[in-house]
Design a protein around this ligand. Structure first.
Ligand code: F6P
Length: 509
């Protein structure tokens, strides 16, 4: 958001806006806006089809100019070089170093920490802590959403250890995990970057008690801590040999690749965890080395910015046509909304453009029978992402997967083409944009690549807006007020006071 970027936006605003159907008169459209990222020898790839968006050659040129005016190449280099890209906290953002891409010293540190994690994972698999059949992982936000999503996606057939990720401080969540586990064969992973988060520490304390009550003579001996604050984990009682640290420069919502991924490695084994890192690294390579609109996360960000700013889209939806990815929309919500839901630029100026839209979504085909009505005929324009895999995840009659995919493709086609009808209630206006990510298969490498694609898309959006995607001060105020309620202090508005009274919580204050 500088004079230079605003000049480019003025050009973008003057761009003619043909309909999608008109844009498809260009026979080269699909090859211009649809390309693959190959994940490496024998690893398959992902087709990224952005042809059903309103991007065209002219807009791509304008957006390339916008990227240049916003300093995209320098910002990307700074990210990979481990420079400070999070100015409000004076930090680098080195999640890519966890995948082998970044400042040399950070890549070496990540490799050493991964080695230590691997030794612990393999020792536990080998019986070093006795028989371990279950793992309760307590963490929240970035310390839970990634492990929960990846474990759910990759352990449909077989899990080496039965993992339960518990994030909510509502005791019902932990009780549900307890009822599925036997304390005598359960390991507890406490995942918290800061090791101070009240929900996680409360859950950890209760899980520790559950182990003790269940007859485990040394419950602390069953705890593994995953944290960037190892000293706090020691203080809490975890033995140093079972603390898996990760660097401060790895942000919470970008931390799946670090020791926060411990339950993934426990559930699927080290080789698949490493494959997930490799898949992500393939996208890092693409993002680092590809210029202009051929850079697919950047191209996606062009469309995101176009719809948010030029078409007033306040939301973007992601529909996964794959049951294994059912937790991905929730993961992307944190990634995108906590990163780019900001009101000021990186240098503290009030933003004058809409920042991140609301990310939402669900699973296809279920969502078709629930929310797609609004997508097809509602008054709001919602750009949609579809994600699917060519290879099925199931071994049933191939009809299942064929029906799944044909529905996925039909929805994109229907949103775009619409269907005119004399009967207004049956009229579909069409010209509604979508993008499709079609994976060859949904294995660990592909999942890593999909997540890394969205990380870089989020970063590219932030650069185009001039905002800092790596802090999250917006979450602090509510925590402060909850803390003052907990400490029995503070004065509250009349409504909050009345709610506290109704819940019988004023007596404690
Ligand atoms: O409240 C937001 C947040 O700070 C997220 O950014 C983070 O992923 C989550 O809380 C958990 O924090 P921690 O890993 O320090 O427990």
């Amino acid at each position: 958001m500088t004079d230079r970027t605003e000049d480019v936006w003025r050009k973008i605003a003057l761009h003619p806006d043909p309909s999608l159907t008109e844009l498809f008169a260009d026979p080269g459209r699909v090859s211009m806006l649809s390309s693959r990222i190959e994940l490496g020898e024998g690893m398959g790839g992902i087709l990224f089809d952005w042809s059903k968006t309103h991007l065209d050659a002219g807009l791509l040129k304008n957006f390339e100019e916008l990227a240049q005016a916003a300093g995209f190449a320098a910002a990307r280099d700074a990210l990979f070089a481990g420079e400070i890209v999070n100015p409000s906290e004076a930090r680098a953002a080195e999640h890519t170093a966890q995948r082998g891409f970044g400042r040399e010293s950070s890549v070496e540190e990540a490799a050493a920490l991964h080695h230590r994690m691997r030794l612990l994972v393999e020792a536990i698999h080998g019986g070093a802590l006795g028989e371990i059949r279950h793992l309760i992982h307590v963490g929240i936000g970035g310390s839970a959403l990634g492990p929960a999503m990846v474990v759910d996606a990759l352990t449909r057939d077989l899990a080496l250890v039965d993992v339960h990720v518990v994030s909510n401080v509502d005791g019902c969540a932990l009780e549900e995990a307890f009822s599925a586990c036997d304390p005598r064969t359960t390991l507890l992973a406490v995942a918290s970057k800061t090791f101070t988060t009240i929900e996680t520490m409360t859950n950890a304390q209760s899980a520790l008690k559950w182990l003790a009550d269940g007859g485990v003579s040394d419950p602390f001996g069953r705890i593994v801590a995953l944290t960037a604050s190892p000293e706090k984990a020691v203080e809490w009682g975890v033995d140093e040999t079972r603390i898996l640290p990760f660097p401060e420069s790895v942000g919470g919502r970008y931390s799946l690749w670090s020791s926060i991924g411990f339950p993934v490695a426990m559930a699927v084994g080290w080789d698949d965890f490493a494959a997930m890192l490799d898949g992500a690294a393939a996208v890092d390579r693409h993002f680092a080395e590809t210029d202009g609109a051929q850079n697919l996360p950047l191209r996606a960000a062009f469309a995101d910015r176009y719809y948010a700013r030029m078409r007033g889209c306040q939301t973007r939806a992601c529909f996964v046509y794959d049951e294994r990815l059912r937790l991905l929309p929730a993961y992307l919500q944190q990634l995108e909304m906590e990163s780019n839901g900001k009101g000021v630029t990186a240098d503290g100026q009030q933003v004058t453009e809409p920042t991140a839209p609301v990310t939402w979504g669900g699973t296809g085909t279920d969502a078709q029978h629930a929310v797609f009505q609004l997508l097809h005929q509602g008054t709001q324009l919602v750009p949609v992402d579809f994600i699917a895999s060519i290879a099925p995840g199931d071994e049933l009659d191939p009809a299942h997967h064929r029906i799944l995919l044909m529905n996925c493709f039909a929805q994109g086609a229907a949103l775009m083409a619409g269907r005119k009808s004399e009967d207004a209630a049956r009229n579909y206006p069409g010209d509604r944009p979508s993008a499709t990510m079609l994976c060859d298969d949904l294995d660990a490498a592909t999942l890593g690549a999909l997540i890394a694609f969205h990380e870089h898309r989020t970063f590219a959006n932030a650069v185009l807006m001039g905002i800092n995607p790596f802090d999250q001060f917006g979450v602090e105020l509510g925590k402060d007020i909850a803390r003052s309620i907990g400490q029995g202090g503070g004065s509250f508005d009349a409504s909050t006071h009345a709610l506290l009274a109704a819940a019988g919580m004023l007596e404690d204050m």
